[in-house]
Design a binder for this molecule. Structure first.
Ligand SMILES: NC(=O)c1ccc[n+]([C@@H]2O[C@H](COP(=O)([O-])OP(=O)(O)OC[C@H]3O[C@@H](n4cnc5c(N)ncnc54)[C@H](O)[C@@H]3O)[C@@H](O)[C@H]2O)c1
Length: 668
């Protein structure tokens, strides 16, 4: 299909004539069949909802087809309307647009649906099993058409993938406002997602899926490396001493697949269990896993050898993680670091596989006998937690990796809580990312070169490196480690070949670094050194973007970890400070109802407007969270807030007074 034809397709939106039905493409990784949850009346409602997108002349054909999709897949994806053209992050000028910001959004959105990037592209799922960009293909087609015709005084409103319409606004307003899964709080249980998603009125946007900010595995390689490296620093500051230490975890999926690579970079013996042979094969063929073993006897032998030889090596165990943990207990092995990254944010629909069943048997049980499957999951979780407890008592450092392991294990009745109701083990944010990164303002800043040209990316890498090196020279001791980790990362980024999909880069930066890097890129666009606009963004998993009591805000201890003011304020504040698009989600990482998170996208086009917006918005986007974390009495954030106030005279943050423990202890 040539460029003009592609543009014509985009501008046509939902076609007037029905395209031919699609063959179910077996070569794609498809979403699992979703739970059948609707009663007969609700099924009619789901069809009535789906048919709203189409002219009545097509209803007879489509009603039968959509009813079939609902029955076979549990959802109406409208497969017939999946475009025939290839969806990927095309160079921006290949999209039809009236305003460049809309062109950049099409570039980003397309990347999330690229077959090379997305987990279940035919079902519009980018990652995490249920992280949706849209609920169905009609929403995709309509959204692309709106973006293609919108001006820079209009705003497109997206309700969980559904384009509500283009509304008059103004140049400084966001071009797109996205909300995903925003429920009345009482309707935020896992089955509510199943029901209302099947009805076609809401979706699970994860974090960067429904907000068009996913950049493939690179984001997760970086975040995981930072986490595992700092976990290793927690067990020993001495690099030499860390060699040969054993790191055990679970999951070789979308995000979890970065663990073996990160473990090896940190110099450890990294052993990762994975039940799905396809996932193991993918990570092995990518070189993210060095070896695969399915025989536990041989695996244990190999681990012992690697420990003795102090090898940095990544090993996959093809099997259930609980079998591995129980064997490690039986062997009385010394495990140094342990965690888990199965998808426990989604335990009843394929996120966690019970022991005693093959992968296929589990999938069958899940679809046919969900109650029995649920009980098997709970039983496995109890065994899982017991093995962790035994090894922790022998000195293993275990942390929850933000996948709701502790939460679900406790719900399953595992002995995992202290007498005061807190968990026995820390989350990775409580122990690692919170105090070492977020509270100092360091978080997953990213950018995408919309030209699609690797030369632009290399140029922006060099600009970022220059900024970080310059900051390092005068940085206080407290943030030197962060800066130097990221200097090393960005220096090697190009040679490490991290790009999959769009020309994107991630690094951890604080407010000052984000603003300085963005400003340098804006100038480079103005002078033509970078050939097309650059999109700034970040993972929602950041300083200010996410309220999530068992993850991003698990190191908040003033009780406010169960509130969501920060994430909501962040979304609103980014919106009126110049973000090009903003998003607010229910769910993401730990699950529907468990977290509120938001993000932004900002298009830099080399103009004065971009310069003004980036300074205003990026400052708020980090310092909102710093101020909140500081008010929660986190000392690292108090340090950062004080430092920022010295740099920025018109910032006034309310600082906490600290009461002496003795005073309170004497009272109670
Ligand atoms: N990497 C990160 O930085 C990060 C941060 C926060 C949270 N998380 C969370 O980590 C989880 C994993 O994310 P993902 O994208 O990799 O999900 P995923 O579903 O793609 O991968 C999880 C993998 O675990 C495997 N698995 C499940 N149960 C198993 C068992 N009992 N034994 C062996 N293997 C089993 C699955 O087959 C799957 O391949 C999610 O809950 C996510 O929210 C990741």
């Amino acid at each position: 299909m040539d460029a003009n034809e592609f543009k014509k397709h985009i501008l046509a939106g939902i076609p007037n004539q029905l395209p031919d039905p699609k063959v179910y493409d077996q070569s794609l990784n498809h979403a699992p069949k979703r739970k059948a949850i609707l009663n007969a009346e609700e099924k009619k409602l789901a069809l009535r909802n789906a048919l709203r997108y189409f002219s009545p002349e097509h209803h007879a054909v489509l009603a039968t087809e959509f009813a079939e999709e609902l029955s076979v897949y549990g959802r109406i994806y409208m497969y017939r309307f999946r475009p025939d053209y290839k969806i990927y992050a095309r160079p921006i000028h290949e999209y039809p647009y009236q305003c460049i910001q809309a062109g950049a959004i099409m570039h980003m959105l397309s990347n999330n649906l690229d077959h090379a990037v997305a987990q279940h592209p035919a079902e519009l799922i980018t990652y995490g099993g249920n992280g949706a960009v849209f609920q169905n293909w009609a929403q995709y087609l309509l959204t692309m058409q709106y973006l293609a015709v919108m001006s820079d005084t209009q705003t497109l409103v997206l309700y969980s993938g559904h384009p509500l319409g283009l509304f008059p606004s103004h140049k400084d307003a966001p071009r797109v406002v996205v909300t995903n899964g925003m429920m009345i709080p009482n309707y935020s249980k896992p089955d509510d997602w199943e029901r209302f998603n099947a009805l076609g009125v809401t979706q699970y946007g994860q974090m960067t899926a429904g907000s068009f900010m996913y950049i493939g595995p690179q984001g997760i390689v970086h975040g995981t490396t930072i986490t595992v490296m700092n976990a290793a620093r927690k067990i020993s500051k001495n690099e030499e001493d860390r060699k040969g230490k054993l790191f055990v975890t679970c999951g070789l999926g979308g995000m979890s697949g970065a663990q073996p690579k990160a473990g090896k970079i940190a110099g450890l013996v990294a052993v990762v269990a994975e039940i799905n042979p396809k996932a193991t094969k993918t990570r092995h063929s990518q070189g993210w896993v060095d070896e695969v073993h399915s025989d536990l006897d041989l695996l244990i032998k190999r681990i012992k050898e690697a420990q003795t030889k102090k090898e940095a090596v990544s090993i996959a165990y093809q099997g259930n993680v609980v079998d591995l943990w129980e064997r490690l207990v039986a062997e009385k092995m010394k495990v140094d670091i342990g965690t888990d990254q199965s998808s426990l944010h989604n335990p009843w629909a394929g996120g966690y596989y019970p022991a005693g069943y093959t992968f296929e048997e589990s999938n069958k049980l899940m679809a046919e006998k969900p109650a029995e499957f649920g009980e098997a999951v709970r039983e496995t979780l109890r065994r899982h937690a017991k093995a962790i407890q035994t090894l922790s008592a022998q000195g293993m450092y275990f942390f929850d990796y933000g996948n709701a392991f502790l939460l679900e294990a406790s719900r399953a009745g595992a002995d995992i809580k202290n007498a005061n109701g807190t968990f026995k083990y820390p989350s990775y944010v409580q122990d690692i990312l919170g105090p070492m990164c977020f509270d100092y303002g360091f978080g997953p800043f990213r950018w995408v070169c919309t030209s699609g040209d690797p030369k632009d990316l290399a140029y922006t890498d060099a600009l970022a490196l220059e900024v970080l090196e310059d900051m390092y020279r005068t940085a206080p001791e407290e943030i030197k480690q962060q800066l130097s980790d990221n200097i090393l990362w960005i220096r090697d980024a190009m040679t490490n070949n991290l790009v999959v999909g769009s020309q994107a880069r991630i690094l951890y930066a604080d407010s000052e670094a984000r603003i300085r890097i963005a400003s340098a890129m804006n100038k480079a666009i103005a002078t033509g050194k970078v050939s097309a606009p650059v999109v700034l963004g970040r993972d929602h998993h950041d300083v200010s973007g996410t309220d999530s009591p068992y993850r991003e805000t698990s190191n908040i201890y003033d009780g406010s970890q169960f509130t969501a003011d920060m994430a909501v304020q962040n979304f609103v504040g980014d919106g009126f400070r110049g973000a090009t698009w903003i998003s607010l989600h229910n769910g993401g990482g730990v699950g529907w109802g468990e977290v509120i998170n938001g993000g932004f996208g900002m298009v830099l086009d080399g103009t004065e407007d971009s310069e003004r917006r980036l300074k205003s918005m990026l400052f708020w986007d980090v310092n909102n969270g710093i101020a909140r974390r500081s008010w929660a009495r986190n000392k690292e954030a108090m340090f950062t807030a004080e430092r920022e106030m010295k740099r920025t005279p018109n910032l006034r943050v309310t600082m906490p007074n600290i009461v002496e423990d003795k005073l309170l202890n004497d009272l109670f």
